[in-house]
Design a protein around this ligand. Structure first.
Ligand code: PNS
Length: 166
């Protein structure tokens, strides 16, 4: 039986913290589907299609050995509906610190209420990336700061072409 997990998020942009979670999930599950939310609450810097293509580049460049087991899709609506549609039994999320715990616990319980057959699995984000957040990356890049130690080269390249980094 194939174990499939969905890793939903805004990924605006993807950081080394997200990549670490994707890689570790791909070493646990047979198939990991990164679900890129089309319309996150905060207005996104990049379109869902752009975020999807950047994640694909980052995955192929960072861990080519497991890239074949990782798919990236855009989605709108509920995470549990995406998981059901893709026949995934698990939802993966990363936990950076205790501050993430409360909202993640609420989401996990709510998702379980909506879809009792789908379980949430958490990876503790690697300590060296635990301080990272997409919002801070956007703010730093917006002021022309160096984010190359926070995000993969695929994002740096994309930011270089965007007006937000100027
Ligand atoms: O990267 P983020 O912004 O922390 O990810 C949040 C995300 C996408 C996981 C969450 O907003 C989500 O699941 N949105 C889809 C709508 C949904 O299922 N809402 C109910 C969650 S209990």
């Amino acid at each position: 039986m194939t174990s499939t997990a969905v890793y939903p998020g805004s990924f605006d942009p993807i950081t080394f913290g997200h990549l670490d979670v994707i890689e570790r999930a791909a070493r646990v599950f047979d198939r990991v589907i990164v679900g890129v939310l089309m319309n996150p609450r905060k207005s996104p810097l990049a379109s869902a299609e752009e975020r999807t293509s950047v994640i694909g580049e980052a995955v192929r460049e960072t861990f080519p050995d497991v890239a074949g087991r990782i798919e990236i899709v855009t989605f709108d609506g509920l995470t549990v509906d995406l998981a059901r549609r893709l026949e995934a039994s698990f939802i993966v999320r990363g936990l950076r610190a205790v501050s993430d715990f409360e909202s993640e616990m609420q989401m996990a319980h709510t998702n379980r209420k909506l879809a009792p057959g789908i379980d949430s699995v958490f990876f503790m984000t690697a300590l060296e990336h635990a301080y990272l957040s997409s919002s801070l990356v956007k703010e730093i890049a917006g002021f022309g700061g160096d984010v190359s130690r926070m995000v993969p080269p695929a994002v740096v390249r994309r930011l270089g072409r965007s007006t937000i980094s100027r």
